[in-house]
Ligand binder design. Sequence first.
Ligand SMILES: NC(=O)c1ccc[n+]([C@@H]2O[C@H](COP(=O)([O-])OP(=O)(O)OC[C@H]3O[C@@H](n4cnc5c(N)ncnc54)[C@H](OP(=O)(O)O)[C@@H]3O)[C@@H](O)[C@H]2O)c1
Length: 304
Amino acid sequence: MKILIIGGSGLLGYKTAKLAVKLNHDVFITYLLRPMKIEGSTAFKLDKCERDSVFSLFEKVKPEVVIDTAALHNVNYCEAHKDEAWKVNVEGTRNVAEACKKINGKMIFISTDYVFDGKKGFYNENDEPNPLNYYGKTKLEAEKILRSLELEYLIARTSVIYGWNPSEISGLKSSSGKSMNFVIWTLKKLRNKEPVQIVTDQFSSPTLADNLAEVLLVMASSNKSGVYHTAGKSCLNRYEFALKIAEIFNLDKNLIKPTTSDVFKQVAERPKRCCLDVNKAEKDFGVKFLTVEQGLHEMKKQEP
Ligand SMILES: NC(=O)c1ccc[n+]([C@@H]2O[C@H](COP(=O)([O-])OP(=O)(O)OC[C@H]3O[C@@H](n4cnc5c(N)ncnc54)[C@H](OP(=O)(O)O)[C@@H]3O)[C@@H](O)[C@H]2O)c1
């Protein structure tokens, strides 16, 4: 399959591209601020906000499948920079979707559990989105664009992605505004013996990037369409997640102190119970999502 991965320098895009090369697909990737080379793939610099550049790249590559992982997803940054968040996450995604339609490609768009308000928890694909913060609003708006175009598409909603990322290797900061995922941040703190305060009132379904990459490539070759929840199998709060990290990497759990969101007062409101029900994706694609224990053990095995 000819696959174009937008955001190949990001955690999920990088893992997906590496696996796609291994599986002998014809792989093309894009990066923005962090030049990225993945052996066996062809890389292009691309800003998805530049409509003409998006269209000309699609005409040149003519991918059968486009996996769009690129976004501004620093939630507080999006709240404070709404125009920029809209431009990248909504208008940029529109450019990708319309260019994809023009070349008759299929698009897989990565969305988020933050499209939900976190009041119900364990959301399935029939639950009504109601984002609390601006980042969630932009991702939901992008989902609507995909639905409104007559385009072959899949929306993969995911949650708290973790894994060894390319920034760890390159040291360069991403244009997404994030360069460290929660597991890497926690490992750094605990290994430096620094105490950390972690909230007990935000539940999610942490997702190993490698696991999601596998699922995305199965989705890419399927004939299904529509929205899918694609996340880790465990539902736990951030404090419990941090304790699991300490346990599996043999670090001092006593450095992790529980706290609650109201103590932190973050710029953007976070939904409290955002776990995703992944049964539909497991059934339709014949895939398995990992628990947090399985994912962290896998990450430990891969430590660079
Ligand atoms: N991370 C999470 O916990 C999480 C949770 C739920 C959903 N998601 C969604 O999952 C997707 C992947 O997340 P991730 O953690 O892999 O992200 P990431 O590591 O921060 O990577 C983001 C990628 O997007 C690229 N990018 C940013 N702005 C761009 C633009 N204007 N044009 C083209 N490329 C641009 C970055 O390029 P450079 O680095 O080269 O600048 C990078 O390759 C995102 O869509 C995010 O919304 C993430």
